[in-house]
Each structure stands twice: as C-alpha cells, then as structure tokens.
Design a protein around this ligand. Structure first.
Ligand code: TYM
Length: 333
C-alpha cells in the first residue's frame, strides 16, 4: 500500500509557500492513501533556540494543518520528537552514509558560501552538527514510516535523492534481513511550482520575504500592497510573467481569472494597484474560511495538543514495528 508522508519545520508560522508547495498537494492525497503528516520540530531546533517560541510554532503548525482541512481520523498528524525511533534510525543510517554526501548537501554548501562571501576564513563558522546531519534525519523521518511517496516543494528534491541513496546503502548491506521501500518525491517540477516571495526569490523565512498564511485580513492587504513593482504607467503594456503579484495570482485564482488578468496586463490599461486588488481578493477567498478555523483552534490549545499526542502514538506504533525489524536485520537484536 502507498504511504504518503511529509513534514514542515515549525520555525515560526507557516507561509504561503508551505501551503502551495506542501499542504495543498499533501491534503489532495489524503483519503486515498495512508497519510502521515508531521511537524518537524527537531529539524527546527537547528535555528529555533527559544522554548516558548518552539512550543508556539509546533501548536500553530498543527492548527494550520487542521485548519487547511486535515482530518485526523484519516491522516496521522504527529510531532517528530514524539517518535524517538526516528532518532535511533538516524544513528543507524549515519553509520552507512559517507560524509562526502553530506559535504555536498545544498543547505550546508550555502552556509559555507555565505562565509566565503563575508570573507570569514572558517567556512564552517555558524554551522551546527544539526545542519550538517539534516539530510540523514530527514531520510530517517521518511524511512521510519516506510513511506513510498513524499509530497514536497521542488527545493526539497536533493533531500529526496539523498533519502533514496541512503535507503539503497541500507538495502544493499542488510537487504536479506530487511528492505526499506525506496520512496519517491511527489514534486511539481515546473518553474512555476516554487512560490516567489515579495522580492521575487523563493518565498522563505530565511530570506524574510514571506507572507504568513493566516495574516489578519488588513495585514494581508498591506503585505500585498507592499510587494515591490516597477513604475510602468497604468496604461502601458506589462509583462505578467516578470511580475511577482501575477505569479502569486496564478496559484490562487482560477484559470479564467488568470487568463483575463494576463490579457489586460499585456494589452495595457491595468495598473499594479488593480492587479494587487485581484490578488488580495483571490487569496482572501481561498484562505478566509481556513483562517477562521485556525483562530478557533488556536483558542483551544488543549485540543490541538490532544490531537498531536494521539497522532504521535499511532505514528510511533508503526515506527516501533519497523525499528524492531531493522534492529534484527543489523544484528542488534
Ligand atoms: P520546510 O519546512 O522548509 O518547508 C515545508 C514544505 O514547504 C515547501 N516550500 C515551498 N514550496 C513552494 N514554494 C516555496 N516558496 C516553498 N517554501 C517551502 C517545501 O518544499 C516543503 O515541502 N526538510 C523539510 C522538512 C522535512 C521533511 C521531512 C519533508 C523534514 N523531514 C520528511 C518531507 C519529508 C523542510 O525544510 O521543509
């Protein structure tokens, strides 16, 4: 049977990019397959070092999944740290994974490049072991549930390739005792699948160019108004594909609306202000009911905690079964 699994780091509130890249496609698969969606709190620990902040973000993350339509009867919603078998598997997989593979990981390389650019001679300055080991922990998340499909945004494709490699190392060595299914990424490979942030780069908290998913209406309107645009006069023709508000619109409005707006921008006569109004209307129509559910849920933190705890128990049962077989296969039991 197919098992779909995905995780999101609780490093502050979720943003529009998480919604388009992960939450929406993941929820489209629930009901049809076994689905395991989780809050990757120990991945967030690499950057979030404040206990209250982490606690809030875990709750907010769970409430976001629920508000977006996750049904906890049909999908196991859980917290990574409540499934400690994940970390045991990380240790086992670490023993099989060449360090060189981790040296080539994008996030680690990017941290070193930033040091090079800043003229810092110790290229590993500011890099913790959590960042270095990140891909092995992610492989363990995926393999511990015997996942077959992992819906993620395109920025995660290297992590999925690494997971397949790491599963391969294990299967090659211990395959007669136990074999992991080799998971596939469910990734929209088109350029348009990465949601841009307000500055046109990938929307990301680390670039500080993100729009939080459940901003109150007036703040959402302001955030959209503040998206930088050039000074092309209203009456002049414009290139929609070079415009951030238009790219965002393509993800939130229906195809007819997108085509209509494209035509009007190309013909001239539609200004950026009007485009931003269209964008606000589309985002608001999609998110307003979800934001309302989110706020209701956040007013009942005990309920969220209960759902997360019950889901984590279900996830852990599965992880325990897998780990028992893995321990036997490697000779530890
Ligand atoms: P994270 O927390 O950075 O992002 C969560 C999900 O949101 C997607 N995403 C985007 N998609 C489109 N456009 C964007 N601008 C955008 N920004 C983020 C990401 O692709 C991701 O799917 N390593 C993962 C978390 C993780 C995980 C896992 C995922 C930990 N263990 C196991 C799957 C399976 C991460 O950092 O995602």
């Amino acid at each position: 049977a197919n098992t779909y699994l995905t995780g999101i780091k609780p490093t502050g509130d979720f943003h529009l990019g998480n919604y388009i890249g992960a939450i929406k496609p993941a929820l489209a698969a629930s009901g049809e397959y076994d689905t395991y969606y989780f809050i990757a709190d120990y991945h967030a620990l690499n950057t979030v070092k404040d206990a209250d902040e982490l606690r809030h973000s875990i709750r907010s993350g769970a409430a976001t999944w629920l508000a977006c339509g996750l049904d906890p009867e049909r999908t196991v919603l859980y917290q990574q740290s409540r499934v400690p078998e994940t970390f045991e598997l990380t240790t086992i997989l670490s023993a099989l994974t060449p360090k060189g593979l981790m040296n080539r990981a994008h996030a680690y390389k990017a941290a070193r490049d930033r040091n090079t650019e800043a003229g810092i001679t110790d290229l590993d300055a500011g890099v913790n072991m959590g960042l270095f080991n990140y891909p092995i922990l992610m492989a363990a998340d995926i393999l511990v549930m015997e996942s077959t499909h992992v819906p993620v945004g395109r920025d995660q494709s290297q992590h999925l390739e690494y997971t397949a490699d790491i599963a391969g190392y294990f299967n090659h060595r211990y395959g007669t005792g136990y074999t992991f299914p080799v998971p596939k990424g469910v990734i929209d490979d088109s350029d348009a699948s990465i949601l841009p942030g307000v500055d046109g780069r990938k929307m990301s908290k680390s670039y500080d160019n993100h729009i939080p998913l459940f901003l109150p209406q007036n703040k959402l309107k302001k955030a959209i108004r503040r998206i930088p645009t050039d000074s092309t006069p209203v009456e002049d023709p414009k290139n929609p594909d070079a415009s951030v508000p238009f790219q965002l619109l393509t993800h939130f409005a229906d195809a007819d609306k997108v085509a209509e707006v494209r035509g009007r921008l190309e013909a001239g006569g539609m200004g950026w202000g009007e485009l931003k109004n269209e964008l606000f209307e589309a985002v608001e129509a999609e998110l307003a009911p979800k934001r309302e559910r989110y706020e209701e849920l956040m007013a009942e933190p005990e309920r969220i905690d209960e759902i997360l705890k019950a889901g984590s128990e279900r996830a852990r049962e599965r992880a325990c079964r897998v780990l028992a077989r893995v321990r036997a296969a490697i000779g530890a039991a």
